[in-house]
Design a protein around this ligand. Structure first.
Ligand code: FES
Length: 113
């Protein structure tokens, strides 16, 4: 019985990638996945992209707005592509690998640290 304790994972293994239907991502908007700390954004034109919602200033979680994303901690604002509109953040939101195929979007999640 004592060995079983050491063979049982102490926590769930996080997925390495997730898939969402393309139709769930609004054109000119974003699908926010708070459980993964990311958003899948699709402009009116251009490629689909996945953004890490961690603010590049000091690491707070940004929230989606009508025109992009904003940080509740110190007020940084980012456009729908994650590019800084106003600081104090100076760097764009991080991008995640994503690909669209067969009506699905696959997002590769970063390795847990
Ligand atoms: S942590 Fe986002 S603006 Fe400071």
């Amino acid at each position: 019985m004592g060995c079983w304790r050491y063979l049982t994972p102490t926590r769930a293994v996080a997925p390495r990638e997730i898939r969402v239907p393309l139709d769930d991502v609004p054109r000119g908007g974003a699908l926010v996945l708070p459980e993964y700390g990311l958003a899948v954004a699709r402009g009116r034109e251009g490629p689909i992209r996945a953004l890490d919602l961690t603010c590049t200033h000091l690491g707070c979680r940004v929230t989606a707005t009508e025109n992009g994303f904003s940080c509740p901690c110190h007020g940084s604002r980012f456009d729908e592509n994650g590019v800084v509109l106003s600081g104090p953040a100076t760097r764009s939101l991080g991008g995640l690998d994503c690909a669209e195929s067969g009506g699905m979007v696959t997002i590769r999640l970063p390795e847990a640290t």
